[in-house]
Design a protein around this ligand. Structure first.
Ligand SMILES: [Zn+2]
Length: 237
């Protein structure tokens, strides 16, 4: 059987002499693995389709559990990501988060569209903010929405210095103070990335790093998603 899917390459692994196994996030069928044969040979026609972050329309031959790439038409290679090592790490973090949150064969159209949208933003704009916005959306889709507008214990608005409890996934006011302290700049940056009203003047140069550390802790604690690339990205910020 042949199927046609819109897909994003999340991960690649070389095998054999010139073959590569792709982990694809498809719009129509969720996550699946597909072999891309002969793709590491010089001048291979499908070389582009076996690169990380390639977004293409793939035609796959499916036999039982096995899928093989027959052809691919490029939609977007996100070449702007190659412009800096930070952008590449941010994109690798996004791919790792999708890989960790998705189960094989479960369709998640919203996450797919958010991922493509975030990769486009990373090419052109601020990759840290695009990644933060993506993680907030991914956590929400997985049922772990982080509410940083009201204290999880007393409901008071979260203003100024706040607290975040990764295991409970909640933000707390200074009075209720549960978990680790969160700077005002971090809260304002999270608000910005969630498209809530925010104060730009309070966002500090280290706010992206702090916000990503907090979200990483949330991903590990709540969604059990330990994404190594995200840890590495945070280290170079
Ligand atoms: Zn409170």
């Amino acid at each position: 059987m042949e199927i046609k899917v819109d897909a994003l390459v999340l991960r690649t692994a070389d095998y054999g002499e010139s073959d590569r196994m792709l982990t694809l996030f498809t719009l129509q069928r969720g996550k699946l693995s597909a072999a891309c044969k002969g793709v590491r040979k010089a001048g291979a026609k499908l070389r582009f389709a076996a690169q990380p972050f390639c977004f293409a329309e793939y035609v796959l031959a499916v036999r039982g559990e096995r899928a093989t790439v027959i052809s691919a038409a490029n939609t977007d290679g996100f070449y702007g990501l190659r412009g800096s090592v930070e952008k590449l790490y941010a994109a690798a973090s996004l791919a790792g988060i999708c890989d960790a949150l998705l189960y094989d064969g479960i369709v998640n159209e919203a996450l797919f569209l958010y991922a493509v949208d975030a990769l486009r933003t990373m090419c052109e704009g601020d990759e840290a903010e695009a990644l933060i916005a993506f993680i907030l959306r991914a956590l929400e889709l997985s049922g772990y929405k982080a509410d940083f507008t009201a204290c999880a214990a007393c409901g008071a608005p979260v203003e100024g210095r706040a607290y975040y409890d990764a295991s409970g996934g909640g933000f707390y006011c200074a009075e209720c103070a549960r978990g680790a302290g969160v700077s005002e700049g971090t809260v304002q940056l999270l608000r910005k990335c969630a498209q809530l009203p925010f104060e730009q003047s309070k966002i500090a140069p280290d706010s992206p790093k702090r916000a990503l550390k907090l979200l990483y802790a949330g991903l590990v604690a709540r969604a059990e998603a330990d994404v190594r690339a995200l840890g590495e990205y945070i280290d170079i910020l």
